[in-house]
Design a protein. Structure first.
Length: 376
């Protein structure tokens, strides 16, 4: 079993009066580059907790954007009885879809939604919805979504559970949720505001941060489009999602790595598009195309970076989002690798965000960069 120290580091949020700190999970594959096998082991452990409780039920797995999207996908992949998977999203609405809206009060981006267009059909096919999170503090956000589901689909008799890597809810709060018909379980429990006071030791004037908003990657590059993808921001069958992700990984392996060996490789995902990035890194690792491989993703989270050895984030590059030219995103702990693969499901209607990300990678010495777009 994982120890708390393996699952949580504290980092300082930038300009957030509601919550000055953020729990950063070094195994999650979001902020900190990680060996993909460690991410999969962590998610498999959480899936095991789900399996112990609900092996005879048909499950609908819902992951929360953006940091829990990969955790939810892996949990679903390790369960024989997970039928459907979907992620909440902060991305723009898809024309013709129907959404439920809710808020995440302490987040940097509070508005969330989930596509519920076909829930009338899907909810009849499952016994339980399992909401998957990286960390649950109060459970209020998930309760807001459950209330929306119950209001919209009052005739559906569904059970609800919350599965998280970390839980900082009080025992009283867990009992309250249980009395409301919501089961809660987790890999590790931490105290409310766990070690939050340690953040006060870091002063903003010592930050190690750069902006790439005005930068442009001037080298020629190709965007390799891989068709046959699936969008987990809409409900999809778990088996289909896994199969199409495997096809994506196989395509990139055949094109880039079948006849090439590298020392160090980095796979970068974009915002909510985390699972295919981590899965690709694991796929390449299993085929021994390099000595070391790491993966992480860009994020909307504005977090301070400091050079202090004990602090988890040592550098930060501010970027233009590949999904929206008007949005700022970030990437942390960049360094030089022999090969970098960027994977995204953005439509890439503009290259500003992509050039911004590639410029950040170039600044720390990366010259061999390939881009793959997963297209539905």
């Amino acid at each position: 079993m994982f120890e708390i120290e393996q699952l949580v580091n504290l980092a300082k949020r930038e300009n957030n009066s509601k919550r000055s700190y953020l729990y950063v999970n070094p195994l999650q594959g979001k902020h900190i580059p990680v060996n993909p096998c460690h991410t999969k082991e962590m998610c498999k452990a959480l899936a095991g907790e789900v399996a112990k409780r609900y092996s005879k039920e048909k499950l609908f797995i819902i992951g929360f954007a953006e940091t829990a999207t990969a955790i939810a996908a892996y949990v679903a992949s390790f369960l024989d009885n997970a039928v459907y998977i979907e992620n909440t999203t902060r991305e723009k609405e898809i024309e013709g879809e129907e959404y439920l809206y809710f808020t995440e009060s302490h987040s940097h981006a509070t508005e969330q939604k989930i596509d519920a267009k076909w829930f009338d059909d899907y909810l009849f096919m499952v016994d339980r919805i399992v909401f998957v999170e990286d960390e649950v503090t109060t459970g209020n956000t998930i309760c807001k979504l459950i209330a929306e589901i119950k209001s919209k689909f009052p005739k559906k008799k569904i059970c609800y559970s919350i599965a998280a890597i970390l839980n900082s809810m009080s025992n009283k709060r867990v009992r309250e949720l249980y009395s409301e018909g919501i089961d809660c379980f987790f890999l590790r429990k931490i105290s409310f505001e766990y070690k939050a006071e340690t953040i006060n030791a870091y002063e903003d004037k010592d930050a190690c941060m750069q902006s790439c908003l005005e930068d442009s990657y001037n080298n020629l590059f190709n965007i390799n489009k891989v068709v046959g993808g699936v969008n987990p921001r809409k409900t999809c069958k778990v088996d289909d999602f896994i199969m199409r992700t495997n096809h994506f990984c196989t395509y990139i392996y055949e094109k880039e790595f079948k006849n090439n060996i590298f020392d160090e490789i980095l796979v970068v995902g974009t915002e909510e598009f985390m699972y295919p990035a981590i899965e690709l890194a694991g796929y390449l690792q299993e085929r021994r195309v390099c000595k070391e491989i790491r993966t992480h993703s860009t994020t909307r989270s504005p977090i301070m970076a400091f050079s202090n050895e004990e602090y988890p984030l040592h550098n930060r590059h501010k970027l233009i989002s590949v999904y929206d030219d008007a949005r700022v995103t970030y990437i942390y702990n960049l360094k030089k690798y022999d090969k970098v693969i960027i994977v995204t499901d953005s439509e890439l209607t503009s290259y500003k965000g992509l050039r911004s990300l590639m410029s950040a990678l170039e600044k720390v010495g990366n010259n061999d960069i390939s881009v793959y777009q997963w297209s539905v």
